[in-house]
Design a protein around this ligand. Structure first.
Ligand code: ATP
Ligand code: MG
Length: 370
């Protein structure tokens, strides 16, 4: 019977925390398959199509689909025969031996298994560029044999770093930022601010689609839809156009902090990167982020737009992000917004605390199930 042999990267070296990280990974995989913690790897029950799911689990570095056998050469040999694909001309055996008590070393095992395959199939060994590689792992209690190997996304299991509130705009960047936070072990609570009086049902649909895509990586995900037209109206009423952008972003920060308090989240994540748009000068980011009590983390900090787009395509959010929608904030932004905002100056205009509180209270919470 085939099984999945799951390997994690970084979590293997986390000392005391190791068990905690491994348990979390087992729990996260457990949402869609039976998983068991073993010495240095995780065993997952195989079913058709599970590859696509395992590929999306943060914390998995790579995984194989193959066989678990006794620690005995004859048993390993028959597993190797089973793991061989039907069609190939050249092959290679690649053994790693974690268990130093096994009587043969990895080079000897490669040779033994290699000649057995040659004898049985008449195919050739090619160490440089084989059609198929058979991986053999000599573990503490079992040997593992597989020829199907897949790269995971790496990172750390979701939930090991705690919760963050992630601001999702409907553009290309913020879903990628959320994904990167998940990849570093954060559980994402997504928040979208919209103007109820302007928005069509399409906006809600689009944001829910993005959240659903992200939940493929995280598992269940909570999405807050916050109607903030009252705050916006007030901003339009009292703030000069040049400053509105910075002020409405500060307002979003404060509301995100209110949500973080309810959710017991420890940081705010945004899709900002440096100097991509006018609100993202360092002066403006300083003023915007200082409205947050919690640390604000922008995972895209060092990315170029092309890099963000290619990651968005890879994780599957790009196609959703480019669907047309009305950006609730474009109407209130000046043609030439302030690029060097001063905190003292913007604070003069801010009297929206009550409106912000009530916007958050009116928010709709959508539970996305993966
Ligand atoms: P994106 O592609 O994510 O929209 P952007 O480069 O277009 O980013 P902005 O639109 O200025 O930049 O937004 C910067 C960040 O502010 C976004 O990445 C997102 O985290 C947050 N943000 C902006 N608008 C909203 C909104 N309506 N709801 C929630 N978050 C928002
Ligand atoms: Mg945007």
């Amino acid at each position: 019977m085939e099984i999945c042999i799951v390997h994690y990267g970084e979590i293997g070296v986390k000392g005391e925390n190791r068990v905690f990280f491994e348990r979390k990974l087992v729990e996260n995989i457990g949402r869609f398959a039976k998983a068991k913690r073993r010495f240095g790897w995780i065993e997952v029950e195989y079913y058709d199509g599970i590859e696509d799911k395992l590929r999306k689990v943060p914390g998995i570095r790579y995984f194989g689909i193959g066989y678990k056998t006794d620690l005995e050469l004859s048993a390993i040999k028959s597993a190797v025969f089973k793991a061989l694909p039907e069609d190939f001309e050249t092959f290679k055996i690649s053994t790693s031996r974690r268990n130093k008590n096994f009587p043969l070393n990895s080079i000897e095992i490669n040779k033994e298994l290699g000649s057995a395959v040659v004898e049985k199939t008449g195919k050739k060994v090619d160490l440089e560029n084989p059609d198929v590689t058979i991986w053999v792992e000599i573990g503490e209690n079992f040997a593992l044999v597989y020829s199907k190997r897949f790269e995971g996304i790496g990172g750390l299991p979701v939930g090991t770093a705690g919760k963050v509130v992630s601001l999702i705009s409907g553009g290309i960047d913020s879903p990628v930022a959320s994904f990167l936070a998940m990849k570093r072990g954060c559980e994402v609570v997504a928040v979208h601010f919209f103007n109820k009086t302007l928005h069509s049902p399409d906006v809600r649909k689009k944001i829910v689609m993005l959240a659903e895509k992200l939940s493929e990586y995280q598992g269940d995900l909570k999405l807050y839809m916050i109607p903030f037209e009252d705050v916006q109206m007030e901003i339009i009423r009292i703030v000069p156009p040049k400053l509105r952008m910075v002020i409405y972003r500060r307002s979003m920060m404060r509301m995100a902090n209110l949500i973080a308090e309810k959710e017991n989240a420890k940081a705010i994540v945004t899709g900002d990167n440096i100097s991509q748009v006018a609100s993202q000068t360092l002066d403006n980011l300083n003023v915007i982020y200082s409205a947050s009590k919690l640390a604000v983390l922008p995972p895209l900090l060092g990315f170029d737009k092309e890099e963000i787009i290619s990651l968005a395509k890879k994780i599957g959010t790009y196609e959703i992000s480019i669907l047309p929608y009305e950006d609730c904030c474009s109407l209130m932004v000046a043609k030439h917004p302030e690029t060097r905002a001063k905190k003292e100056f913007v604070e003069e205009f801010e009297e929206f605390e009550e409106l912000e509180k009530s916007a958050v209270e009116k928010g709709e919470i959508i539970e996305i199930h993966s």
